[in-house]
Design a protein around this ligand. Structure first.
Ligand code: KIV
Ligand code: ZN
Length: 508
């Protein structure tokens, strides 16, 4: 059995299937670059047969992101497998991942296929994929609710056809750690050729057991873990990358030193980027990356921590890249100090003219804020990284309100080179501004959720606003950061509306 664990990240495929998480191609590319920096072994870049936009994003990632295997998903049919190959063919290292459901309920009601037909579809898809590329993964969807004898049969056929990785997904988050471990051992012991391929696990978190199930399967011999950053994904999400990686690091003693090659210091920056781009917030008590994951509130805990950190901390915040240090930079630090800090934060290789632009924003911020922290600098960079091809650009706004709650607002929006203005009344400044914007950007969109947070502690903290907007059947997220929360709200709302436009164009 190999002593190497492969981290297969599916943030851009299964993760992107989370409601409202749709990313534009440039956001996918930015995420892919960060995942490569994090050091995942395989990244599933998308499902090319799903839409032309998906195919384009996978191709872009395959061409531009190096040092990692790029995988594309395909159902077991000729069209999907061919599209998947079109997506990844230019990658330095490419994989086709094909899947079909194997549980009685899926075969009967979803696929309307007999078990024999399902086996033949798997054989044909793997055989075709193998003509394109050597690295082929086969997944038996809903494996944990499938009959074990049938699973052994289909896995044997996929291996015979050339699959090099076999994945046994817990598609609906149904299994338990002990049962999943037994399944892994059963397949390993009963399928000819299983000792020569990589067994993979892919869990969903419907019963909150995704990480436990994944770790248990690894302990039983699985050597690929399919995960997403922040555990995002369908319904309750997928196994979270950071939990599996840090469990393997922290409990080397238990897992026999099976440590992935991931650079753990990139975990928090990656988590922040994914949360920022998808608009899916991380719950404060989320393991590893939640805001409270390293916070100690109770007096007894604080006392213990002051005496010796090992009393209540099993890993250090620094080991996951949690930036603790406060400002060393002020507006007098100069461009060189600012550039050095960017490098320290991992943003190296930024072109000079871009640094000048970012520096101007930093100076504007330090005029308004006494202390500029690393979190503030990261927020500036992430805001800047948002797509610049917005159809609607906010060029001005004004709002005022009184103690009766009534407010009036005016906005100016640049639409296709023409400045248009509108005014509206509302229940508070933000409501009035959103209503004025709606007059200029019709589309029947409505605000579904609004969340405000502070980037850093302190009275002069930058406000970070996340909004979720529903336009018909689709949901779009937007984020804005500014020292003025009204400004942050307007930016977030505009981002969400623009995202709706870009995504609608790409998928059309
Ligand atoms: O959950 C699942 O079964 C999947 C497969 C497509 C691998 O995402
Ligand atoms: Zn899945």
């Amino acid at each position: 059995m190999s002593d190497r664990l492969i981290i297969f990240d599916t943030t851009l495929r299964d993760g992107e299937q989370s409601p409202g998480a749709t990313l534009t191609s440039s956001e996918k590319l930015e995420t892919a670059r960060q995942l490569a920096k994090l050091g995942v072994d395989v990244m599933e870049a998308g499902f090319p047969a799903a839409s032309p936009g998906d195919l384009m994003a996978v191709q872009m990632i395959a061409r531009e992101v190096k040092g990692v295997t790029i995988a594309a998903l395909a159902r077991t049919n000729e069209h999907d497998v061919t599209k998947a190959w079109e997506g990844v063919r230019d990658a330095e290292s490419a994989r086709i991942h094909t899947f079909i459901a194997t549980s009685p309920v899926h075969m009967k009601y979803k696929l309307r296929k007999s078990p024999d037909e399902v086996v033949e579809a798997a054989r044909a898809a793997v055989t075709l994929a193998k003509r394109f590329v050597d690295d082929v993964e086969f997944s038996a969807e809903d494996a944990t609710r499938s009959e074990w004898d049938f699973l052994c049969r289909i896995v044997a056929v996929a291996i015979e056809a050339g699959a090099t990785t076999i994945n046994l997904p817990d598609t609906v988050g149904y299994t338990t750690p002990e049962e999943y471990a037994r399944l892994i051992k059963h397949i390993r012991a009963n399928v000819p050729g299983a000792e020569d391929i990589v067994l993979s696990v892919h869990c969903h978190n419907d019963l909150g057991m995704a990480t436990a199930n994944t770790l248990s399967a690894i302990d039983a011999g699985a050597r690929q873990a399919e995960v997403t950053v922040n555990g995002i994904g369908e319904r309750a999400g997928n196994t979270s990358l950071e939990e599996v990686v840090m469990a393997l690091h922290t409990r080397k003693d238990f897992f026999g030193g099976l440590v992935p090659r991931v650079d753990t210091k990139q975990i928090v920056p990656t988590s922040k980027l994914v949360s920022h781009l998808t608009g899916i917030l991380v719950q404060p008590n989320k393991a590893i990356v939640g805001a409270n994951a390293f916070a100690h509130e109770a007096g007894i805990h604080q006392d213990g921590m002051l005496k010796n950190r090992d009393t209540y901390e099993i890993m250090t915040p620094q080991s996951v890249g949690l930036e603790m240090s406060r400002l060393v930079l002020g507006k007098h630090s100069g461009r060189a100090g600012f550039t050095a800090r960017l490098n320290e934060l991992g943003f190296d290789g930024i072109p000079k003219d871009k640094i000048n632009e970012l520096y101007q924003r930093f100076i504007e911020l330090s005029d308004r804020k006494k202390t500029v922290t690393n979190a503030d600098i990261i927020a500036i960079i992430e805001e800047d990284a948002q797509p610049k091809d917005d159809l609607y650009v906010l060029s001005g706004w004004r709002a005022n309100s009184g103690n009766d709650g009534r407010a009036e607002a005016w906005v100016k929006v640049l639409i296709e080179g023409v400045d248009r203005e509108a005014s509206a009344n509302g229940n508070g400044q933000i409501d009035a501004l959103f209503k004025a914007i709606d007059k200029l950007i019709p589309g029947g969109c409505s605000l579904e959720s609004f969340h405000i947070d502070a980037v850093t502690p302190g009275e002069d903290a930058q406000g970070e606003v996340s909004v979720r907007v529903r336009c018909g059947e689709h949901v779009y997220n937007g984020r804005g950061v500014a020292t003025d929360i009204v400004e942050a709200s307007v930016r977030a709302y505009m981002k969400a509306l623009n995202r709706g436009t870009v995504v609608a164009e790409v998928t059309a």
